[in-house]
Design a protein around this ligand. Structure first.
Ligand code: XMP
Length: 512
């Protein structure tokens, strides 16, 4: 990768910022999101080949509206302003904006002026996604308009000589039909970048960096068996071999055979130092009589950290604590402040009593799809790399009411059958998350000639790209029928099965 093959995304608070970054990376160009008020010194040091201004919730004339350093325009680096970004560029360069007659929201027909490099190869008329109340009125000197919609004569503006471009619509949103090509034109034709950000290149570079940083030091990592911690472990292990020790806390709330699979793949195939703490009973004791979902989560989170600390104390002082933090975690924790719906205790939460000097987070700049690609690159098996998300508190939030060993055993068997049938139906890549929930409700049934009074099991399947919103998966009836028949026949104490048909919101993905 050449030194300057990178794009800077200046964040003005828009809701699609992560999406812009993903789209850029999908085009094979490395990018990072930084706050709008990043200093010029830091920007110069980052040395971007192109800059994108995101949209944002403010209006440019508002008091305290976010502005970047005007010196950005003097760097000679191409800039693409999106929505608020376009308006801000206009204002900062001497143009004006005004409220339109009509507030545009949603799909709009876009016509462009075909001589613009930004629109090269783009159909003259296409659909774009708009969301704004004000738009550019008088252009700054040297600018021309390059696209319009029915209600917005300045849907795109540009000063090609200075390589400054602005679009009022959102090219990053799927509904903008030609959005990908427009972004490609900006990256490849205007910034002169090429598609060279690959996981093979990243892997080489990251391994080298980890080696340099760690030297002869020792690294400790909490392995959960999830995609992120497993890929982080594989990467660090390739860099520093057995200087890495992984602690795998088996809290007994994992799915069927999961603990053994993790131990087998990572311990045997990858030959890592793994300490498996079999503390199932300890967690069950702590959870005895607890029914409140938040309390369950808190107990598990705290206990997890305690076990991790105890195990690490046995190893002695380490130099580095490794975590599988990924880019959306970094960006989201740095920005939005939303209400706590559920407290997440992710494996890898920071322990208070582990003796280490520094944290290493080798996936900190990667999106989930990149983490998966890196995992495959490092030789991790598909079954691990393509695992669906699994909550830190595990099956505890899928057994409603009090958790007992018996209930966990019932749920584990039922969930395994559901997952097996989804895989048999080749739906496992289409449904983003699917699992069984053991409700706390019992009802009357009949089996043979006998009356039964047993549990109701719920099946859940969701389709989503970000897990912040989700739709329930339309699993074919014949698949559901097969799952239902198999579970009631093969798993004792379940005599009724329901399928959850609520989306998120108003429901959440997990039941607790
Ligand atoms: P909810 O239930 O909040 O779930 O709609 C959204 C996604 O987050 C996962 N989830 C968790 N992941 N620790 C995690 O690492 C947790 O405590 C946790 N709780 C929920 C959930 O499985 C879904 O993918």
């Amino acid at each position: 990768m050449s030194e300057r093959s990178r794009v800077l995304i200046l964040d003005f608070g828009g809701q699609y910022n992560l999406l812009i970054a993903r789209r850029v990376r999908e085009r094979g160009v490395y990018c990072e999101i930084k706050p709008y008020n990043t200093t010029m010194e830091e920007i110069r040091q980052f040395a971007p080949s192109g800059i994108i201004f995101t949209g944002g919730p403010s209006t440019v004339y508002e008091e305290g509206a976010p502005k970047c350093d005007p010196a950005v325009f003097e760097m000679g680096v191409p800039v693409l302003g999106i929505c608020y970004g376009q308006q801000l560029m206009t204002l900062m360069l001497g143009g004006t904006c005004k409220a339109g007659q009509v507030r545009e929201y949603g799909k709009a027909e876009l016509w462009h002026n075909s001589s613009s490099l930004l629109f090269e190869g783009v159909r003259q008329q296409s659909v774009c996604w708009m969301s704004h109340t004000i738009s550019v009125d008088q252009l700054p000197e040297g600018f021309v308009t390059s696209a319009k919609t029915k209600d917005c004569p300045t849907a795109a503006i540009e000063n090609p000589e200075r390589k400054l471009y602005g679009v009022q619509f959102h090219p990053e949103v799927m509904h903008t039909e030609e959005g990908t090509l427009i972004l490609e034109n900006f990256l490849y034709k205007i910034c002169g970048l090429s598609s060279e950000w690959t996981m093979a290149a990243y892997s080489k570079q990251a391994i080298e960096e980890i080696r340099q940083k760690v030297g002869n030091g020792r690294v400790l990592l909490a392995l959960s068996g999830g995609v992120d911690s497993s890929v982080a472990a594989a990467l660090i292990s390739q860099a520093v071999g057995n200087q890495l020790t992984c602690v795998f806390v088996d809290h007994g709330l994992l799915r069927k055979d999961e603990g053994d699979m993790v131990e087998k793949i990572m311990g045997e195939k990858f030959d890592m130092n793994i300490i498996r703490a079999n503390v199932q009973d300890r967690f069950l004791t702590k959870l005895q009589g607890v029914t409140d979902p938040e309390q369950k989560r808190k107990i598990i989170g705290e206990e997890f950290i305690r076990v991790f600390e105890e195990e690490s104390r046995k190893i002695g002082a380490v130099d580095f604590l490794a975590q599988g933090t990924i880019y959306p975690d970094v960006v989201e924790s740095g920005l939005g402040k939303s209400a706590v719906i559920k407290s997440h205790h992710n494996v890898g939460g920071l322990p208070d009593h582990v003796d280490f000097k520094e944290i290493i987070e080798p996936l900190r700049l990667l999106f989930k799809d990149e983490v998966r690609a890196l995992g495959l690159e490092l030789g991790l098996p598909e079954e691990l790399v393509w695992r669906q998300p699994f909550p830190g508190p595990g099956l505890a939030v899928r057994v409603i009411g009090e958790i007992t060993a018996d209930k966990l055993a019932i749920l584990r068997e039922a969930d395994a059958i559901f997952r097996e049938e989804i895989a048999n139906a080749k739906l496992d890549r289409d449904i983003n998350q699917y699992f069984a929930v053991l409700t706390n409700m019992r009802s009357v049934g009949v089996m043979g000639d006998e009356r039964t009074y047993d549990y109701t099991l719920a099946l859940r399947g969701v389709v989503t790209s970000d897990f912040m919103t989700a739709d329930w998966a339309r699993i074919p009836y014949d698949v559901l029928e097969k799952v239902s028949n198999r579970i009631v026949n093969e798993v004792p104490h379940i005599n009724r099965i329901v399928y959850d048909i609520t989306s998120k919101p108003p429901a959440t993905v997990e039941w607790e």
